[in-house]
Design a protein around this ligand. Sequence first.
Ligand code: ADP
Length: 164
Amino acid sequence: MTKVLYPGSFDPITKGHMNIVWQASNLFDEVIIAVMQNPLKKTGFFTLKERMEIIKELYQKVNNVKIICASGATADVALLYECKAIIRGLRSLSDYDYEVQLQQMNKEISNNKINTICLFADKEYQFISSSMVKEVFNLDKNISRYVDKIVEEKMLKKQRSLIK
Ligand code: ADP
């Protein structure tokens, strides 16, 4: 059984992320989405728990997609969950530079046990990023093209609770 780990901040999960998950779930037996705690990015829109709950709701009926929350080195998390590789999504040349460094570090940390596989989102999702979604949302513009309805509803709910 080939398991792969898809790590990220997912604050929030977008249709770009979901397209990558869909592709990976067709290629491998199991995809584990890891909502990673990044100590350098302390504040987010959603808490880690909220992000995980949203993703769980989105994939509750999909058998080969699991969700975890983790911290520390991604390569260690991949080893712990017996994943063969880490999945990353590539959008642009600027993503590429960063991902090249990241995959090398993950190889070193795991003694060459963990490789990285890069996938490309379908054309219509390629430009979407979580930060762009948050910016558009803060301008009170419609984000339904970029995130699932469930995510949009949770964002509106969270916004209302922050205003109170
Ligand atoms: P972001 O970079 O949007 O804040 P994450 O850290 O949550 O997102 O990203 C996790 C992974 O998903 C990264 O490999 C990132 O490049 C990838 N990704 C995010 N959005 C897209 C997209 N629209 N198309 C392809 N890959 C994506």
